[in-house]
Design a protein around this ligand. Structure first.
Ligand code: CUK
Ligand code: CUA
Length: 864
């Protein structure tokens, strides 16, 4: 075996096995050859591969661009975990299709109009001391200036806030270092009020602004009445960042049209893009939001537009709270270093990154050393005296992220399609890596917090061009994962993003997130409070008031209560449904066909749908999540009658029914099946009790759920027996069937509890036994053998006791079964199962491991 492959097999299989075997390398070598993979490919694969059931180190929240949603995925695996609906209806989660989520979505109405999309750009995670706390996530909508607030307790959008004075935004969302405020800056300057103002009055009546949204990080809501905006010149403010550490209390926002050019291509003026990049420099806005927040509390310091408090420029100037610093033309992005001392600005049309130093800026401000004023009277600081230095990076530098190495910064080069690693203190370029193609933002691991984690950078590329299977002219976006742990960057993985253009993503250590698995019974998840339609088992009802029919219903595996609802055409139908489940991942979906309604009910959740039953007919409603073996049966009928119509009865055509003898036979059969099923349940119960399930809370939860189901049986049995007494065998059969349903549900969860308990109490597998288990599964043995059961092949529990010199016997048989087909024992097996044990081409190492696995099985034989 050559050296390289030996090294690889070490990497994959762990030193224990690599020391001895040709198997790992042989197989790996074969796959590499077949798939044309290089050694680096395989190393990269190993760096990102996440085995089944594994967890990633980081969780990424990416903007979903024009989809108005967010994308959640893991790093390093790049596995997509969830889309979070924010500004756009999302049917799976019922977002915008049930009344409670609609209430959130409709908070985003602007001037009374529904907006059903968003252009999401910049997500931000809540902070404590500049570090992510894993509690809240916010994101801006550039097109319709709004901010959405997501609760990381359940990854749902809880609030949408419309900016009352901006007509577009971009420089948000950014948390200040203790989540006191969320910064949101305008993009395209416009009048604050909602009136028409001629473009000729641009300089007089069009304005930019920074809105400081007050955030209550206890409840995770923006407090609109405690928020305010800072009036700015119409310079087209671009991106922002909050100061931290030494610069805490201050904010930074750049701009790209200090020319205040307004275009006019249609009247023979040069286009907007030419006029707004005429000057060599634009302005970085530096503002003391902490001071302005105090000022804004006093009515005499603010003007109020559309009910929103704005601090006018002259007030900010008079209070030494607003300054400008020239920055290279058409900048994009401003990023404050983890300690708050260095502020890096890159210019799209400049090849440099400019690093400003906070202590220099602060000194100029304190000394009132200004080089002039802009047309609005805002003091301007000298650029050179504010700068720490500039570095030539390449074409089209845009956005920055930090790593855990002091002074290390990563910058995207849009035009060059590269990532540059450099040092913002020494101003030295260290490394470059090609990306594919045209990168916008970068996402470092907590890379914009006060505590960057290093390890990886994700390049959020605008174009994918030739990277993926062609899916038509609209290509996916390309997120590329780069390993930054070494001296040189190493591109590991391409992930197509099929959902809009994600401008920015933020990453957090996975262990900082603690989402819950169920809600308190009857919760309105959007408010976190008990839902007004909360309904417990047995409380289900249908209430009619005039033309309104209100249903209080429940769902639990596997039925919906009620199962029939009849209303008159023209009625308003309101359905409150509660998911009574407590088991993890037992979500039920709910829809009524034809009425454009849907809700996703997670365990414990109550939600509401509402519609006009304005068409006559019969409309099935059903559960839309495959929630149990009897999911398809989880349905009911909404029947809408026209009150002005006479319906002819179809009674005469009634179907022939069964004879009393047939009914009795069916009844007996059903009762017998139930008795047999109950035996299985009792054996599981016995197992659970004997093995002390009550010591394991997760198992107890499942058992409680199973017993809930089982507890229903008594009532059903009484009804069945009453029906037998009354001579109604048909009804008796139905109730007996219901008993069986409860038994199946009990067994379903009960067996899950048993499997879980087995995992908890079985002896620990040795590494060899673990490898053997894997070889057993992956080598195909489990296709015929089920441990603890006779299946298509014999039960292997105790196989090492069944033969003399058994370890050798079993090993020989696996290695070359055919040789032993004549052995009388084997022959007997072949006859019994009508199957010959195939040669799975295991090697000796694997067989040795499998024997160890069998020993482990025998050790735990009582559990199978
Ligand atoms: S922006 Cu899109 S790449 Cu909106 Cu932050 Cu720079
Ligand atoms: Cu509930 Cu399917």
């Amino acid at each position: 075996m050559n050296y390289k492959l030996n090294k690889l097999s070490t990497l994959f299989l762990g030193s224990a096995i690599a020391a001895s075997t040709a198997f790992g390398a042989g197989t790996l070598e074969k796959i590499m050859k077949e798939r044309g993979l290089t050694e680096s490919d395989v190393i990269r694969a190993a760096k990102t591969y996440l085995p089944t059931g594994g967890r990633d180190e980081f969780v990424i929240f990416s903007s979903g661009g024009q989809s108005g949603q967010m994308i959640v995925y893991g790093v390093p695996s790049m596995k997509i975990l969830k889309y979070i609906a924010v500004f756009t209806p999302e049917p799976w989660q019922g977002y915008g299709f049930d009344e409670d989520s609609k209430a959130v979505l409709r908070q985003g109405n602007i001037r009374g109009r529904e907006i059903n999309w968003g252009d999401t750009h910049h997500p931000a995670l809540s902070e404590v001391d500049g570090k992510y706390d894993g509690k809240w996530l916010v994101i801006n909508d550039k097109a319709n200036p709004r901010v959405g607030v997501i609760d990381l307790g359940d990854f749902e959008t809880k609030q949408i806030v419309v900016n009352p004075i901006l007509k577009s935004d971009h420089g948000g969302a950014f948390f200040t270092q203790n989540s006191e405020y969320i910064i949101e800056a305008s993009q395209y300057a416009a009048p604050f009020d909602n009136n028409y103002h001629p473009i000729e009055e641009y300089k007089e009546t069009y304005r930019g602004a920074i809105t400081m949204w007050k955030f209550d990080s206890k409840i995770g809501r923006i407090q609109e009445d405690k928020s305010f905006s800072i009036e700015l010149p119409p310079y087209m403010q671009d991106l922002s960042d909050a100061g931290k550490g030494v610069s805490h209390g201050w904010g930074f926002t750049n701009s790209f049209n200090s020319e205040m050019y307004t275009g006019g291509i249609e009247v023979g003026m040069p286009p907007f893009e030419a006029g707004c990049s005429r000057n060599d420099t634009d302005f970085l806005h530096v503002y003391n939001w902490e001071k302005l927040a105090e000022l804004a509390k006093d009515d005499k310091n603010v003007k109020v537009v559309n009910g929103h408090r704005i601090v006018p420029m002259d007030v900010s100037i008079a209070n030494n709270a607003l300054f400008l610093i020239p920055e290279p033309k058409s900048p994009h992005g401003v990023d404050v270093s983890p300690d708050g001392e260095y502020i890096t600005v890159c210019g799209k049309l400049d090849t440099h990154a400019s690093v400003y130093k906070w202590s220099k800026i602060k000194k100029l401000i304190d000394d009132k050393k200004f080089v002039g004023k802009d047309p609005y009277g805002i003091p301007i600081l000298d650029m050179k005296e504010s700068l720490h230095g500039q570095v030539e990076l390449g074409l089209g530098p845009l956005h920055n992220q930090y790593s855990n190495v002091d002074g290390e910064i990563y910058t995207s080069l849009y035009v060059d399609s590269q990532i540059v690693k450099w040092n913002y203190k020494t101003l030295k370029v260290l490394d470059k890596e090609n990306v594919h193609y045209n990168v916008g933002h970068l996402c470092g691991m907590e890379g914009k917090s006060a505590d960057p984690q290093g390890k990886y950078i994700i390049s959020l590329n605008k174009l994918a061009i030739d990277r993926f299977q062609n899916v038509g002219p609209l290509h996916p976006q390309n997120h590329q994962l780069i390993d930054i742990s070494g001296k040189k960057m190493d591109l590991l993985y391409d992930m197509p993003i099929p959902l809009g253009e994600p401008h920015q993503a933020v990453a957090i250590r996975a262990e900082k997130l603690h989402p819950h698995v169920r809600y308190k019974m009857g919760t309105n998840t959007k408010t976190g409070k008990p839902h007004k339609g909360k309904t417990l088992a047995g409380q289900e009802k249908i209430v009619r008031e005039g033309n309104t029919v209100t249903v209080y219903g429940t769902m639990v595996r596997s039925h919906i209560n009620p199962e029939r609802i009849t209303v008159n055409k023209g009625d308003t139908v309101i359905m409150h449904i509660t998911n009574l489940e407590r088991a993890e991942d037992e979500t039920h979906g709910f829809t009524v066909d034809h009425f454009d309604v849907h809700m996703s009910l997670e365990p414990g959740e109550t939600s509401t749908i509402k519609f006009e039953a304005d068409i006559e007919g019969v409309f099935p409603y059903y559960c839309t999540e495959f929630c149990s073996a009897l999911h398809l049966e989880m349905m009911g009928y909404l029947m809408v009658k026209d009150p002005n119509k006479k319906y002819v009865s179809a009674q005469k055509l009634k179907m022939q029914t069964m004879s009393p003898e047939q009914l009795k036979a069916e009844y007996d059969k059903t009762v017998a099946v139930n008795a047999a099923t109950d035996e299985v349940i009792q054996s599981v119960v016995k197992f659970l009790k004997e093995n002390g399930y009550d010591k394991y809370p997760v198992v107890v939860e499942l058992v409680t759920d199973a017993l809930d189901q089982y507890g229903q049986i008594k009532g059903e049995k009484a009804k069945a027996d009453a029906a037998v007494k009354a001579g109604d065998m048909e009804k008796a059969i139905l109730f007996e069937n219901m008993i069986w349903q409860y038994m199946v549900k009990t067994a379903d969860v009960g067996i899950r509890a048993k499997d879980l308990l087995v995992k908890k109490i079985a002896t620990k597998q040795s590494p060899a036994a673990e490898r053997g288990a894997r070889a057993f599964d992956e080598g195909g043995c489990s296709g015929c053998h089920v441990v603890g059961k006779v299946s298509s092949g014999p039960d292997l529990t105790g196989v090492l006791q069944r033969h003399e010199n058994a370890e050798k016997w079993v090993s020989d048989f696996i290695l070359d079964p055919e040789k032993m087909f004549k052995d009388p024992y084997v022959k007997g097996m072949i006859d019994y199962f009508n199957l010959k044990m195939p040669n799975q081409h295991m090697n000796k190492e694997e067989v040795k491991d499998i024997v160890e696995y069998f020993k482990w099985i025998d050790e735990n034989a009582n559990l199978f």
